[in-house]
Design a protein around this ligand. Structure first.
Ligand code: F6R
Length: 611
């Protein structure tokens, strides 16, 4: 996610902004910039790449002024570039924005028709234009921001300055974090606490719909109804490291808890419910091209490969195209059968995994069309693929993938609906039903986070185990693989994931009283459910201990299993998003109780850029 810092006071603002942005570097970004007002003139310095690039530009020609805003950008709309870096400006108005403007295309079109020209590919620039229009109509800066925001559909944390009102920063938020820092004769705004700790520990967490007006001597906050409100001032005692993790003990824990937001951001602006369709920026495939596809080949490694296995079920069910899922590291060494009738979908959080990139190159060389499902705009995968679907999870810092996985599943589901509509395998009404299920998932993810105390009890009971088995059927088989991978990589406990039907073909020999078996047993679809009940009986009969992930209220499995964790039921193809969360938590708490380095497990790297 992007970072915001704003300052108003009596000091030169540029160095304060740059040093605040540095405190947000850990979140990842691809470009940065500052806008400063001095002598009623707006000065903007921006640069793609690392903050040191911005610093050297700022150093060469320091923008002077005691009020300013700064930003580190993590690209979502438009590639990383100087032009797309924030702040965005229009005729003396400068804005920094975190979030997504869902209706930016319509707004841009309307603004263009009224003579506006845009200088970036971003959605955020729309804010600068809308605000300027309102200023032209006679509104003051506060009213102009309010009116501009009223035209936006989407999420935002927004900070605005205007060269003709050089003493105030106006900021507002909806579904993106924003905090105010209070100082003596100076005030601050930021997307995150770490940016401010160097200057103040008196922090106000803005609430949804709040709008704040900051000047050097005052910080005034209005609620959605425009009434002045007193939000509590919190004394933050966090160390800078704790602040980076938003108060969570580890990044992995923070990222598990971010999943409702991350999945919502992946869906946002893409679901066209009334049309029963999906909108992807930069989508180029025609219905004829999609109908002519002979198959889809998914290429990925690790957790992303597990996402591909769930994606296969989604695409095959909704778009009725055969899907192959290959480990990228295996694909290119087996002289793969690929031709121009295939769509290759490469899945990668980082977009830099060498094996995945090499497999994409191999497939492209043989004529296939390559699509990336990726979390990092501007990464090698997004550059090499013919088209990309971004997951919008925001930077993932914990080495073990969590929110990247669930957002990849959401992206696959959108893709499956899109392909289904283009192929004619889904009617508008069917697509509407599927998309309605998908838009309900963030709420279910919020609900499933509440199982953490139960999961912690299970973790305490089994933290000393030496082995674990995870079982699932259908779309839950990849979830079992993912649960096992999460546990082994951060707790160093040997764990294996199996399809329930494979038990009798070998793994059942492992079962005894020392073997905990995690069984993922949603009630839908019916047949796999009945079969997995059989697996539970098999394990129990051999003295194994069963931890079952079940649908809320499933009394039957409760009588069979030793431990149960109840999750809200979801439709069969989307249930993997929900069921994965308790498994991530189980891995996390077991590892934490064993005292391992959760965020940076031994021998592992976040991005595997070697073979
Ligand atoms: C597991 C994990 C890895 C990655 C794999 C691929 O938690 O993070 O298995 O999924 O290295 O990485 P990306 O998705 O960046 O290509």
């Amino acid at each position: 996610m992007c970072g915001i810092v704003g300052y108003v006071g009596d000091k030169e603002s540029a160095p304060i902004l740059v040093s605040g942005l540095k405190k947000l570097e850990y979140r990842g970004y691809d470009s940065a910039g500052v806008a400063v007002v001095g002598n009623q003139v707006l000065n903007v310095v921006r640069s793609v790449g690392k903050l040191r690039n911005l610093e050297s530009r700022v150093g060469a020609e320091p923008p002077r002024g005691t009020i300013g805003i700064g930003h580190t950008r993590w690209a979502t709309h438009g590639r990383p570039s100087d032009e797309n870096a924030h702040p965005h400006t229009y005729k003396g108005v400068a804005v920094v924005h975190n979030g997504i403007i869902e209706n930016h295309l319509v707004l841009k079109e309307q603004l263009r028709a009224r003579g506006h020209e845009f200088s970036s590919e971003t959605d955020s620039e729309v804010f600068a234009h809308l605000i300027h229009e309102e200023l032209e109509r006679g509104a003051d800066l506060v009213e102009a921001v309010r009116r501009a925001v009223a035209q936006i559909k989407g999420t935002y944390a927004l900070a605005v300055i205007w060269e003709r009102d050089p003493t105030r920063i106006v900021c507002t938020k909806e579904s993106s974090p924003m905090v105010i820092g209070l100082g003596e004769g100076q005030n601050f705004v930021a997307s995150d606490v770490p940016a401010l700790l160097e200057h103040t520990r008196d922090i106000i967490f803005m609430e949804e719909g709040d709008l704040a007006v900051l000047s050097s001597g005052k910080a005034e906050i209005f609620n959605r109804a425009g009434e002045v409100v007193n939000r509590p001032i919190r004394k933050i005692s966090w160390t800078p490291m704790m602040a980076e993790k938003g108060g969570h003990k580890h990044f992995m824990h923070k990222e598990i808890w971010e999943q409702p937001r991350a999945v919502a951001d992946t869906i946002r602006g893409r679901v066209l419910l009334s049309e029963g369709d999906v909108y992807f920026e930069g989508w180029t495939l025609t219905a004829d091209q999609v109908r002519a596809l002979s198959k889809v080949t998914v290429l990925a490694c690790g957790t992303s490969w597990h996402a591909g296995l769930v994606g296969r079920a989604m695409i095959e069910k909704l778009a009725r195209i055969p899907v192959e899922v290959d480990l990228a590291s295996e694909f290119r060494y087996r002289d793969p059968l690929v031709d121009a009738t295939q769509l290759v979908v490469a899945v990668s959080q980082s977009g830099e995994t060498l094996d995945t990139l090499a497999a994409v190159r191999e497939a492209k060389a043989r004529g296939a069309l390559a699509m990336g499902i990726c979390n990092v705009m501007g990464s090698a995968l997004t550059r090499e693929a013919d088209l990309s679907v971004m997951t919008n999870a925001g930077p993932e810092i914990g080495v073990a993938s969590t929110k990247a996985f669930t957002t990849q599943l959401a992206a696959f589901y959108l893709l499956a609906v899109k392909l289904g509509r283009l192929r004619g395998t889904l009617t508008m009404q069917q697509a509407q039903e599927h998309l309605t299920h998908l838009t309900g998932i963030p709420k279910l993810l919020e609900a499933v986070l509440r199982v953490e105390p139960q999961v912690k009890r299970v973790a305490r009971e089994f933290m000393k185990s030496q082995d674990f088995l995870f079982l699932g059927r259908g779309a839950m088989f990849p979830v079992a693989l993912e649960g096992a991978l999460k546990l082994k990589e951060i707790s160093y406990i040997h764990a294996e994931g199996y399809a329930g039907g494979e038990m009798k073909h070998g793994p059942i020999a492992l079962i005894d009283e020392r073997m905990p078996v995690v069984v993922i047993a949603p009630r839908e679809p019916k047949e796999p459910y009945e079969k997995i009940l059989g697996n539970i009986e098999e394990v129990r009969a051999r003295g194994g201990r069963v931890i079952a992930i079940i649908d809320e209220g499933d009394q039957h499995v409760k009588t069979l299993a030793d431990w149960t964790i109840e999750v809200p039921p979801a439709c069969a193809l989307l249930a993997p998003l929900v069921a994965t969360v308790p498994l991530q938590m189980l891995a996390y708490h077991v590892a934490d109780m064993r005292g391992t380095d959760v965020d940076q497990p031994r021998n592992l790297a976040k991005s595997v850029t070697v073979e």
